[in-house]
Design a protein around this ligand. Structure first.
Ligand code: SER
Length: 624
């Protein structure tokens, strides 16, 4: 096994796949564009969904990347050995190009090859899909893995979880089949591309913990086996009726958690003990005099601070960055910062802490994610503001909590709401405090009270940011196209200074933020609606071409000219033979879109309001 730094692991992965003919694409935004199903990008494949469904990617059919990801479902587990909210995912993709044989062979080569990670193959175990009514057992993968292990004289038998003891040396069970809950990746309860997967586990050789079952097996939760890489065979589309139909193209989607892989290669017990995380922890230790390794409770607090401030830094510092607020992604940043501040106080840190941690985070990551450097000031200002705001009431809030709790040994929904509205306690923080006191949390009563006050976006409990895929529904495509029409109409009515500042689409409506100094008049709103509805009536054709950014500019396209996908970008055109330019709108965009504007049915602006000085926001719907 090679001793590699986190930076070296990241680089080696990308070098390996470059050598196998993959184009290296930059990380997409942490905040997904036009995707109503998730608040944050949760996997490297997330921005690539349209390409699994057949759209052509400008960089080709073999791609690899390191993608910034955020998963908040595990937030309560942060601080243990393998969970973080923010993480980097290394991945390689085949968009209808290579399939199982190549990706399994390459996975093995990168992991065990002497020139690469050089892991002892006896430490590796794999899992495969067991088969059910929707798809057969993945015997192909089993055979391919066996062929790989055989090169090193390892037998790699198939075992059954809970029945067969995992192999000790070169003989015995090494490949374990599981059902969909473990070896299938795709949309939970939704439609979209999905398929069986094969996961690679590293055997830490820690003793099994019988609390998790009599016998250990790769997917056992005791911590002996750590999943390090997932290869998904995206070959099905889950339809509305719950049936699985084969996709027109067979794709590969893999994901490797950088932090876990680095921890494993460095032989350290947790993701917080890697070189990179230890450097961040050292900053906290040096500046605020809180030593690491002085008790599990204190270490847990330190890990939470590092994890949460890193996540907040990446969210605020994203090209589509979001500041702390009470809704959507903003609520998550707020919750992360406030949770970190509370942990800091527990450690006895009474002074402003988050900007110092954020500066350390930025200097670690800015080489890979240059947006952090560009947005440094914004990140530091927002963190300072939020920490000060919360810090000022935290102590009083904790006192109030204690007073409330001591009376009834419980917190009512109404009290949780007071803690939220007066002291800024995110409801989840109150829940944690109640749990810490050994009492139960009545989530429903809390939710009921918050609903009554209709103040808080409960996107969190709606589970919209669980891992999942984009909803590539027709509605999304319609609203996406409507956004292009809207932007062009705004430019026609208000002037060319109108430039997009942000956009967000849910299944119900579009939201479009743009530069404009003042409130729109009712007449202007009507004019914009009329222009868009005329274009819908005329049923203009929509399509796209691929070109370089400079070709796009020359062709008169608008949009973000950042070099998002590397050399080539997609330019969507709404053609208009009556316009002297030949088009109504031309915009750099990843899609998807409808093919004819008539599909939108009709367009209506529901709201026009200010977002910040010089930026307006429109919410609008189609099918009206
Ligand atoms: N989508 C898969 C995962 O997130 C592989 O990238 O595990």
């Amino acid at each position: 096994m090679k001793q590699l730094t986190t930076d070296q692991v990241r680089q080696m992965f990308l070098d390996f796949f470059k050598q196998k003919g993959h184009a290296i694409i930059p990380s997409a935004s942490l905040i997904p564009e036009n995707d109503p199903t998730v608040l944050f990008t949760t996997a490297g494949m997330h921005p690539l969904v349209p390409y699994f469904l057949g759209e052509t990617h400008p960089m080709g059919k073999r791609l690899a990347s390191v993608q910034k990801c955020l998963r908040t479902v595990d937030i309560d587990n942060v601080g243990d050995n393998r969970h973080g909210t923010f993480f980097e995912m290394l991945g390689n993709w085949s968009l209808g190009d290579y399939f199982k044989e190549e990706t399994i062979q390459w996975s093995y080569e990168l992991l065990v090859g002497k020139a690469w990670f050089d892991i002892d193959p006896e430490r590796l175990f794999v899992t495969v899909f067991k088969g059910d009514d929707d798809a057969p057992r993945d015997d192909e993968s089993i055979n391919m893995w066996q062929a790989q292990f055989a090169v090193h004289g390892i037998a790699a038998d198939v075992g059954e979880a809970g029945k067969d003891e995992p192999a000790q040396k070169s003989q015995g069970p090494r490949i374990y089949p599981y059902h969909k809950d473990n070896n299938w990746w795709g949309p939970a309860g939704q439609t979209g591309p999905c398929g069986p997967d094969t996961e690679i586990y590293f055997d830490t050789r820690k003793p099994h913990n019988p609390f998790f079952g009599a016998m250990c097996h790769p997917a056992c939760d005791c911590g002996r086996f750590v999943e390090i890489w997932n290869n998904v065979f995206m070959q099905y589309n889950k339809r509305d009726d719950g049936k699985f139909e084969p996709l027109a193209q067979r794709n590969v989607d893999t994901g490797m958690g950088l932090e876990r892989m680095a921890a494993m290669l460095q032989g350290v017990p947790t993701i917080f003990d890697t070189d990179l995380n230890q450097r961040l922890i050292k900053v906290l230790a040096d500046v605020f005099k809180v030593g690491y390794g002085q008790g599990e409770e204190r270490d847990r607090s330190i890990r939470i601070i590092i994890d949460h401030i890193r996540a907040a830094t990446f969210i605020i510092g994203d090209p589509r960055g979001v500041a702390p607020s009470n809704v959507g992604q903003g609520y998550i940043v707020r919750r992360l910062i406030r949770r970190a501040v509370r942990e800091a106080r527990r450690l006895g840190i009474e002074t402003l802490m988050s900007p110092t941690v954020a500066e350390a985070v930025i200097s670690e990551y800015e080489k890979i994610y240059p947006e952090l450097e560009t947005n440094t000031e914004k990140v530091l200002i927002e963190l300072k503001k939020e920490e000060e705001k919360f810090g000022a009431t935290l102590e009083r809030g904790l006192k109030e909590f204690k007073r409330m709790f001591d009376k009834e040994k419980q917190i009512t929904g109404e009290q949780a709401f007071v803690l939220y509205s007066t002291y800024g306690f995110p409801v989840e923080l109150t829940e944690e405090l109640v749990l810490e006191q050994g009492a139960k949390v009545d989530r429903e009563a809390f939710a009921e009270e918050f609903k009554k006050h209709q103040e808080l976006s409960r996107t969190a409990s709606a589970g919209v940011f669980k891992g999942g895929l984009a909803d590539q529904s027709e509605e999304t495509a319609k609203l996406h196209t409507a956004t292009h029409l809207l932007q062009q109409a705004l430019r026609m009515v208000l002037g060319d200074h109108v430039a997009q500042k942000g956009s967000n689409i849910t299944a119900e409506r579009l939201r479009f933020d743009f530069v404009h100094p003042e409130k729109m008049t009712p007449e202007q709103i009507q004019q914009v609606e009329k222009i868009v509805n005329d274009v819908i009536q005329r049923d203009l054709a929509v399509d796209y071409q691929e070109m370089t950014v400079s070709e796009a500019k020359a062709a008169g396209a608008i949009g973000l000219f950042e070099d998002k996908y590397g050399a080539k970008v997609k330019v969507y055109t709404v053609h208009d033979p009556q316009d002297p330019r030949g088009f109504f709108s031309k915009e750099i965009c990843g899609g998807p879109h409808v093919t004819h504007t008539g599909e939108l049915g009709g367009f209506k602006i529901q709201k026009e309001e200010a977002v910040s000085s010089g930026v307006r926001r429109i919410k609008a719907v189609v099918n009206v």
